[in-house]
Design a protein around this ligand. Structure first.
Ligand SMILES: Cc1cc2nc3c(=O)[nH]c(=O)nc-3n(C[C@H](O)[C@H](O)[C@H](O)COP(=O)(O)OP(=O)(O)OC[C@H]3O[C@@H](n4cnc5c(N)ncnc54)[C@H](O)[C@@H]3O)c2cc1C
Length: 593
């Protein structure tokens, strides 16, 4: 049957299944306290089939609340301390880095209420593909909302949901290394002519990078060592070396996946091709659960870095924004030299906080520039020369107004740098991101507009520029020919990110910040790059027209694959492919018709 007709057929089946079970009532996923919710006996039976791996959720912050059964005054301080670090949340079955992703329902602070209502009700602590399958089957058969959590690092809030069953993949471990030509894809004949590594779904970047480096290999890995492969590979995955080698999703040659129908399948360029295409960039917890992924690895190389810092008194704001604009403007040319960078701009901050010997408040810029020393033309000197030239250009005519520092260091391999530059990173706050992928036109086409955007977009917060795309991403050699990564990445250079925060449970301030984030800060970036898009993993949760922004021209194919592979919407999240037609009302996930 042609794919479109198959999708229509699947949709009709879905309508029949849902309407026959709920005549004349709103169609929702099962809610606790209703007849639709599985009985205790059913949950017990699931636990038995999982050999005791089903966990009944205890909100992690409850140890700090005297009203809660798990109250433990002695344990509370450690939870409060860990809560502020992204890494801590990876070790808990339900905890996530953003407090607002669980509706602030049980913060580790007795001055706030604790109900735990933002969290899943049960968690499958999966260690095998079979565990994942049983969780997916149970959710599908009982119409229970299903979520997937690896580390809980998601800025889009997709790894937790109220009244749900969660599959926690953190404990699906495993790292297997294959030499060049020693790994053959299932159902393909030709072995892969690269080193590859098969990583379990619970593997985090730091583990992969360290083990790879011990074998003189390097992988495309994320900025934070505690980011997990599940969300990273399904979102796209940028890296300090993606500009050279392509995005993380471009490195995947094969995946083992549990589908919405509960099948454990291998997806690669020779079988389950649509699933394989969609799982690499189409977003987390939408098409299936990754059990393992096999990714390319590259022989290690020396890694040159330069740190550049510019600080100017707030009275020199004009000069500061001129300098910032110049750095962004020069980014495409830097990328063409193979140089990647992380930019950090902060206006009106205390000089003392940045260790600068300037009294009072400053505007500051920190840039970490990086160059893998692979080509003969690329040397630590060539990197230093390029950065010095940019700094000189950025402050030209205003040299006296800036304090500058440029230092360089070259590392034996990527790991030698990464092991000390991967966090720890903040967690345990209420916040939201906004972002845009900026191409050459946005960066160099209109200096006045770019400068205005760089002033408006960060609001009172910081501006992050990730110069992580260039030749390696634009011309990536992608297994199977292509993947579902937002096509905007293929012409972008800088992934620019802004953020906003508010105090817990302050509804008015939350509404104000969400509005500013979407309609002022992110809008300023959209204006200079109306034709590009944004990176699904680090973006505005309320991005208008998210389908186009996160997936561009890939969206229609992704939608079709979703409808064919998951006609019952076993996986549902927001903002995710094919999630139209459902809404969350009072913590219940219901059909909108
Ligand atoms: C401190 C920090 C630094 C970051 N740095 C970078 C960076 O340098 N580059 C970059 O590209 N991104 C970066 N990110 C963003 C990162 O890519 C996303 O947060 C990503 O979603 C994390 O994936 P996870 O599996 O660790 O998180 P989770 O919150 O566990 O999962 C994220 C999403 O993936 C789904 N998911 C998780 N596991 C699976 C699985 N096995 N199968 C299917 N779906 C799954 C979840 O349901 C959710 O939708 C960073 C994030 C943080 C917090």
């Amino acid at each position: 049957m042609a794919p479109r007709r198959l999708a229509l057929f699947a949709y009709i089946l879905q309508l029949l299944a849902l309407s026959s079970s709920h005549p004349n009532t709103k169609v929702c996923k099962a809610q606790p306290g209703t007849k639709a919710w599985p009985s205790e006996a059913k949950w017990e039976s699931l636990d038995k089939t999982l050999s005791g791996q089903l966990i009944k959720t205890v909100p992690p912050g409850a140890v700090c609340h005297p009203s809660q059964p798990s109250y433990d005054a002695a344990a509370c301080p450690a939870v409060q301390e860990g809560w502020k670090l992204a890494k801590w949340h990876t070790e808990n079955p339900v905890s996530v880095i953003l407090d607002n992703a669980v509706n602030d329902t049980c913060l580790p602070d007795p001055k706030y209420p604790c109900s735990g209502e933002g969290y899943p009700i049960y968690v499958v602590n999966a260690t095998t593909a079979e565990h994942v399958k049983r969780g997916v089957d149970f959710a599908r058969q009982n119409k229970v909302r299903l979520v997937v959590k690896g580390t809980g690092h998601d800025y889009m809030g997709r790894s937790a949901a109220p009244n749900s069953l969660s599959i926690w993949t953190h404990n699906i471990k495993g790292l297997e290394f294959f030499e060049v030509n020693k790994f053959t894809l299932k159902h393909c004949r030709v072995p892969i002519d690269k080193h590859v590594i098969t990583v379990g779904a619970g593997t985090q970047m730091l583990e992969v990078d360290e083990q790879a480096s011990l074998r003189n290999l390097t992988v495309v890995g994320g900025g934070a060592g505690s980011v997990g492969i599940g969300g990273y590979l399904t979102g796209g995955g940028h890296s300090a070396i993606s500009l050279t080698f392509g995005l993380a999703a471009d490195q995947v040659v094969e995946m083992e996946v549990v589908t919405a129908s509960g099948n454990i399948v291998t997806a690669n360029a020779c079988q389950n091709e649509d699933l394989f295409w969609a799982m690499r960039g189409g977003g987390g917890s939408t098409f299936g659960v990754i059990v393992s992924a096999t990714i390319k690895a590259y022989p290690s190389f020396k890694f040159a870095t330069v740190s550049a810092m510019l600080g100017a008194s707030v009275s020199s704001s004009d000069a500061y924004y001129d300098a910032l604009t110049t750095v962004f403007e020069e980014s495409p040319d830097l990328a063409d030299l193979g140089i990647s960078a992380y930019f950090f701009g902060a206006a009106n901050v205390s000089a003392a906080d940045y260790g600068l010997p300037i009294p009072g408040m400053i505007n500051g810029f920190i840039g970490s520039f990086m160059l893998p020393l692979i080509d003969a033309a690329n040397t630590s000197d060539s990197l230093l020369t390029a950065v010095n030239a940019i700094v000189a250009k950025a402050i030209k005519g205003a040299e006296g107004q800036f304090l500058t520092s440029v230092t360089n260091e070259t590392f034996d391999d990527f790991w030698a740098w990464y092991k000390d530059h991967n966090g720890p990173l903040n967690a345990g706050f209420d916040g939201i991101l906004g972002s845009r992928l900026l191409d050459r036109k946005a960066l160099t086409g209109n200096r006045t507009a770019l400068r205005e955007a760089l002033i408006v977009a960060p609001g009172k917060g910081t501006l992050l520029g990730h110069l992580v795309s260039g030749k390696g991403v634009h011309n990536a050699k992608i297994p199977g020919g292509s993947n579902a990564v937002n096509p905007a990445w293929r012409s972008a250079y800088v992934h620019t990110v802004v953020s906003s925060e508010w105090d817990p449970l302050d509804a008015a301030e939350r509404a104000k910040q969400l509005d500013l984030n979407t309609n002022v800060y992110t809008e300023a970036l959209r204006k200079i790059a109306p034709d590009t898009g944004a990176y699904i993993n680090e973006a505005d949760l309320y991005e208008p027209n998210f389908q186009k922004t996160f997936w561009g021209a890939n969206y229609p194919r992704l939608w079709l694959i979703k409808k064919i592979l998951d006609p019952l919407d076993v996986f549902w999240c927001s903002p995710c492919v094919g999630n139209e037609g459902w809404e969350v009302v009072d913590d219940a996930l219901c059909k909108t018709w």
